[in-house]
Design a protein around this ligand. Structure first.
Ligand code: ADP
Length: 491
């Protein structure tokens, strides 16, 4: 009540609207109130009331005017706040209260959580029954069972990975397992050896091998394509097989296999070179034969040329036969490699027979042949092959000898092997050609060799026969002095 009185405004206004008294302010400073609705109503009806709202302050003022006996008007005014204004007053207090209670709640919640969580954190999973919360016992038992299952699975996985390592470790082929990014998950001993590295696990395939095609193949494989390449390392050739590991739609990694194909590759290269050489060697005499026969048959050859042409045709045909004979021998020996049929025979006797078969050729060149060695010398080997070997060595020694030269054939029984050496006093072989004369179709002097009927296959046959018997062949030669071919045959 006291408070409302304090806020009550009392004014006395005369009938002209002038404010005679105001308990709040100096009445003379106030404007004329004749236009105020409550004053108008009081002048007309004796009493009047009205209310006015102040938007800015959110206040509402109620006016009550009453005409007094002396014609003056008494006006009372009471101002109260509207809802918004009240809210304005309470908002800061509410915010403060909220912040305070949030702070308290935070601290209390934190403390409580810590107190609840602490026993859970301190649970000993090895003795779950000792925990503070009885409610957690079933959960802890479940965890304990799962723990046991996990350790069993771990042991199983470890055993499996050890088995894989043992199997891959004994593989001759190199094996790499890559993940989808090309990082190595597993590399066996052979792979490490081939790639010449100590460790590969965790490394990317790009750092394992600097070979660009290898990397390109690996990249294609990790994109889901199966691919295959060749890798050359430390004088060995490896076939590399890249297989993607597909997991539904995506590539989960790759399996890389490195297989040593050095021998296969060399054989293949040799086979290709041999085929090319054979074609070339057969084509040359055939071209001559075709050309000469054509000239004879269409009459372009003069009568006087017919005979020499026919002789040339005969020579080239013989040459073809020699070459084909040698090729047949070589391939027959290749096949014989699978059936080592060795029989004991008298080597001295065999050498004598070969010398006799070539005696005519030797006499044509006035070359003398001496055979040295034990007449009873026996060798256990493939007789047909040794016959061929002796024939080729002696044939060369005669062909490449000088007029009136000499040949010595020595047969020596070494411990565990027999040595056959053929020495001539012929033209010799230049140092640069010493290693090459064993290559198929290689001839030091092609034109000379053609004249003497050489095919370039004789020494290849010799080497083939020696190696077939676990032996070896070597050459010592000096140009214009002579040549010695030494063959050791195991027996
Ligand atoms: P060819 O049938 O041409 O004699 P070979 O394989 O027997 O083929 O010999 C290869 C080459 O080695 C010959 O062309 C020849 O140049 C050389 N050669 C082989 N034996 C002798 C030798 N005793 N003296 C000199 N050169 C030889």
């Amino acid at each position: 009540m006291k408070d409302s009185l304090k806020t009550l405004r009392v004014s006395i206004i005369n009938e002209r609207g002038e404010v005679l008294f105001d308990n709040r302010t100096d009445s003379s400073a106030l404007e004329n109130h004749l236009e105020r609705p409550e004053v108008i109503k009081a002048l007309q009806n004796g009493v009047g009331e009205s209310e006015r709202v102040s938007d800015t302050l959110g206040e509402i003022t109620y006016y009550y005017a009453m005409r007094l006996g002396n014609e003056n008007i008494l006006r009372l005014a009471l101002t109260s706040h509207n809802v918004t204004a009240i809210l304005y007053t309470f908002v800061p207090i509410a915010i403060l209260c909220l912040a305070l209670s949030a702070g308290i709640a935070f601290v209390v919640a934190r403390r409580l959580t810590q107190r609840i969580i602490a026993p859970i954190n301190n649970i000993n999973l090895d003795a779950p029954e000792l925990n503070e919360y009885e409610e957690l016992v079933p959960l802890l038992k479940k965890i304990e069972t799962q723990k046991q299952e996990i350790s069993m699975q771990l042991a199983e996985t470890r055993q499996r990975s050890e088995t894989i390592l043992t199997i891959t470790g004994s593989m001759q082929e190199g094996l790499l397992l890559l993940n989808e990014k090309g990082n190595v998950l597993l590399a066996n001993e052979s792979a490490l050896h081939i790639l010449d590295i100590d460790d590969a696990v965790g490394k990317n395939v790009i750092v394992l091998c600097r070979d660009l095609p290898f990397f390109e193949h690996a990249k294609a494989c990790l994109n889901g394509q199966k691919s295959e390449g060749i890798l050359q390392r430390n004088e060995c050739i490896y076939q590399v097989l890249f297989n993607p590991v597909l997991e539904e739609e995506s590539v989960g990694g790759a399996v890389v296999l490195l297989i040593d194909v050095t021998d296969k590759y060399a054989a293949e290269t040799q086979r290709k070179a041999f085929s090319a050489n054979v074609s070339h060697e057969l084509k040359t005499p055939l071209t001559t034969i075709a050309a000469l026969s054509e000239m004879i048959s269409d009459g372009t050859a003069k009568d006087m040329d017919v005979r020499p042409f026919a002789q040339k045709i005969l020579l080239q045909s013989r040459r073809l036969i020699y070459i084909i004979d040698d090729i047949i021998k070589l391939s027959a020996f290749d096949e014989a490699a699978f059936q080592k049929e060795f029989t004991p025979f008298n080597l001295y006797g065999l050498a004598n027979t070969v010398i006799s078969s070539l005696q005519e050729n030797a006499e044509e060149k006035n070359v003398a042949i001496t055979l040295k060695g034990d007449e009873e010398l026996t060798l256990t080997a493939n007789m047909r092959m040794i016959d061929e070997l002796l024939y080729n060595l002696l044939d060369n020694a005669i062909k490449y000898n000088r007029e009136g030269g000499h040949i010595t054939v020595s047969l020596t029984d070494m411990e565990g092997s027999v040595r056959i050496s053929v020495t001539d006093t012929g033209i010799g072989i230049p140092k640069a050609a010493l290693d090459r004369v064993f290559e198929r179709f290689y001839r030091v002097d092609k034109s000379r060799s053609k004249k003497t009927g050489g095919t370039g296959l004789g020494l290849s046959i010799v080497k083939h026969v020696a190696e077939f018997h676990g032996g070896s062949v070597r050459l010592e030669s000096e140009v214009n002095v002579g040549t010695t071919v030494v063959v050791d045959i195991q027996h």
